[in-house]
Design a protein around this ligand. Structure first.
Ligand SMILES: NC(=O)c1ccc[n+]([C@@H]2O[C@H](COP(=O)([O-])OP(=O)(O)OC[C@H]3O[C@@H](n4cnc5c(N)ncnc54)[C@H](O)[C@@H]3O)[C@@H](O)[C@H]2O)c1
Length: 409
């Protein structure tokens, strides 16, 4: 049941993500050097990873000569595996965990090739969450203690490919949950506001309420919540989950969710001065800035004692596209926005309409001290500043390129 791995699903997964599949026959078996940048890595300077020619054999963990290897087990930092670490949320979380526990103690993974700077900051391995043996090999080889499970297909992508969403979101989760049971791992796997449904009370939605999701994303996530709770009760698995709202980030692009408009709008505002929104102007949804999401996740993940419940709502701010536009216009008065007319309603409107507009997260505040730092005003200012800086850097780099080309001609 848990060992799902079929060529067709994998091929479909790779196509969906517009990435080539890792191919066992094309992967070179040569070792290569990885240089670490931060302080924790300074002691270890450079390390060797050998890339295996078999997809069943991830690179072996490095042999440490630093203090980490001589520290008693009881005192050592937890070793954390992050799945889906190249997505919108994963890279920021990996960075934060590496700063806390040392680069070598946080193993990032995904089914896509990592950018150079990501490879340079610590261990990265290929891990397809639909392959139980592959995951188990990583857990054993790297002596993993905790898994943060971020691999998933988000709401809009899942709705376009329900079969793949069932495989990645459910079978993938079942694999990591079973691993958590067998190897006594702590498992953090986020849920979503998408796990609620149209019959859920919309305002200040509580942790425990009516849950009848009508999207494939929501169904898979609710399945995961319930299964995680079952494993916690039945087998004592330390399963932790928070229902994230829509997450805004400037550095990493969103992965195909219904709340993506709240990121896209900033790029369009700065680059084009206009945005065609795919949601109606009064669609109110809960949202959060990435920094808050990472902090809340780390606080939840690292909470030392068992928590009274497995799954928590966490929330920061709720707004509509119209309210967000007004806040952006305080900084960019000429920015304009248009909304779909009745003939052009986007399929994501129905998804958004089935979700709550605000959450009650008092249990998370009580149990692990959840508290957001970013309200609408601070979030908008930060997003605009960061994206403006990116645009200026792009212009500078384009100018340098054209100067170099002109000099070469
Ligand atoms: N971003 C949000 O706004 C948001 C909101 C609510 C919940 N969440 C949840 O947070 C988690 C992370 O979300 P995200 O925004 O970073 O998603 P994302 O789509 O940006 O990234 C998901 C990652 O999973 C990887 N992946 C896909 N199939 C895989 C497979 N078979 N094996 C291994 N990896 C695979 C992808 O390559 C991708 O890098 C997900 O569980 C998501 O449901 C996100």
């Amino acid at each position: 049941m848990f060992r799902t791995s079929t060529a067709s699903v994998l091929a479909s997964s790779a196509r969906m993500l517009r990435q080539p599949l890792s191919n066992s026959t094309s992967t070179a078996a040569a070792p290569f050097m990885v240089r670490y940048k931060n302080a924790a890595a300074a002691a270890a300077t450079t390390r060797l990873f050998s890339i295996s020619s078999s997809t069943m054999s991830p690179p072996p963990p490095p042999q440490y000569s630093s203090s980490a290897s001589t520290t008693a087990d009881a005192e050592r930092h937890p070793r954390v595996l992050v799945t889906g670490s190249l997505g919108q949320l994963g890279s920021g979380l990996v960075k934060e965990l590496r700063a806390m526990y040392g680069n070598e103690n946080v193993v990032a993974s995904d089914i896509r090739k990592a950018p150079d700077e990501f490879m340079a900051s610590g261990p990265f391995v290929y891990a397809d969450v639909m392959n139980y043996s592959m995951l188990e090999r990583i857990v054993v080889d790297w002596r993993i203690d905790w898994v943060v499970h971020y691999s998933a297909l988000l709401s809009a992508v899942a709705e376009k490919n329900p079969a793949l969403a069932l495989s990645v979101n459910m079978a993938g989760f079942q694999n990591v949950l079973e691993l958590a049971k067998v190897h006594r791992l702590r498992l953090y796997s986020p849920s979503t506001i998408g796990a609620f449904g149209p019959s859920t009370p919309k305002i200040n939605t509580q942790d425990l309420t009516i849950m009848r999701p009508n999207t494939i994303y929501g169904i898979t996530k609710l399945h995961n919540e319930l299964l995680g709770e079952y494993y916690r009760e039945k087998f004592g698995v330390d399963f932790r989950s928070a229902r994230y709202p829509g997450i805004l980030s400037a550095d990493t692009p969103p992965g195909g969710g219904t709340t993506d408009y709240a990121v896209d709008i900033f790029h369009h505002a700065i680059r084009h001065g206009h945005y065609n929104c795919f949601l109606s102007k009064d669609t109110r949804l809960p949202m959060m800035y990435l920094t808050d999401c990472i902090k809340g996740t780390v606080d939840h993940l690292t909470h030392p004692t068992p928590l009274p419940q497995s799954v928590y709502n966490i929330a920061a701010v709720s707004f509509t596209p119209e309210e967000l536009t007004k806040e952006i216009q305080k900084h960019l008065p000429h920015f304009t926005i248009s909304y779909p007319d009745s003939a052009g309603i986007d399929f994501r409107q129905a998804i958004a309409d089935s979700w709550p507009s605000s959450l009650d997260d008092s249990m998370a505040r009580r149990d692990f001290g959840w508290k957001e730092e970013y309200g609408l005003e601070k979030m908008v200012k930060t997003m605009l500043n960061k994206i403006q800086a990116q645009v200026e850097a792009e212009k500078k780099s384009a100018n340098n390129d054209s100067t170099t080309a002109a000099m070469a001609a």
